[in-house]
Design a protein around this ligand. Structure first.
Ligand code: SF4
Length: 210
């Protein structure tokens, strides 16, 4: 299809996103001019340690982040739903953009098989197509989607689609195990305790999602 976009090899993408979520790197999304995530009425969390970012945003645009300790703030959006730091279609603080923006990757939606709740982002996310050149790519992708399906069915799972998709990536290892016969890595159905432990580990290291 003409509007399909290559999302990359799944396992490589997965490793990159996990590194971004651990704070080791930013996401390297081939946005190609798309600003859907900057124009979709999203609050952007900024932590108190992000001093270079905070120094570049007028204080009047920042508000205390609900439910988070003092010093955590959110950057709001204007009456069009645009981030106020988006000027002439470009991020005016790109080199110092918030960590939330650095780690945001809308490929997480097709990875998890979840529809985004923001129309512009959902339209873009539907265009991505992952490659699965090796069996590890396919089984990893299936494990992320199995984790997302588990979280969707679990009353305690995140209701927010972004949070659920990110958490599915973070806990997908719990849905991988050896096949009884061949020993190859396959998708398994873990027990609730195993999933709870994986969620607890993810929660310990994850930054607050957008
Ligand atoms: S800070 Fe920059 S990258 Fe982040 S939402 Fe605003 S314009 Fe987009």
């Amino acid at each position: 299809m003409a509007d399909e976009r290559p999302a990359g090899e799944f396992s490589a993408w997965l490793a990159e996103l996990q590194g971004a979520l651990r704070g080791e790197r930013g996401s390297d999304v081939p946005c190609a001019g798309c600003t859907a995530c900057c124009t979709s009425s999203q609050f952007v969390h900024i932590g108190p340690d992000e001093t270079a970012t905070l120094a570049r945003i007028p204080a009047a645009l920042l508000f205390p982040a609900p439910g988070l300790p003092r010093g955590h703030v959110v950057l709001g959006y204007d009456e069009r739903g645009h981030c106020p730091m988006l000027i002439d279609g470009q991020c005016s603080i790109y080199e110092h953009r918030p960590r939330t923006c650095r780690t945001y990757d809308c490929r997480v939606f097709p990875a998890a098989g979840i529809e985004a709740d923001k129309p512009l982002i959902a339209a873009r996310a539907r265009q991505w197509r992952f490659d699965h050149p090796g069996p590890g790519d396919r089984v990893a992708h299936d494990a992320v989607q199995a984790a997302a399906a588990y979280l969707a069915a679990d009353a305690g799972g995140p209701a927010n689609p972004t949070q659920r998709a990110v958490l599915a990536v973070e806990i997908h290892d719990a849905f991988l195990g050896p096949d009884d016969v061949t020993g190859e890595t396959v998708v398994i159905t873990p027990g609730p305790g195993t999933v709870r432990a994986a969620i607890a580990r993810a929660g310990a290291g994850a930054p607050p999602p957008r």
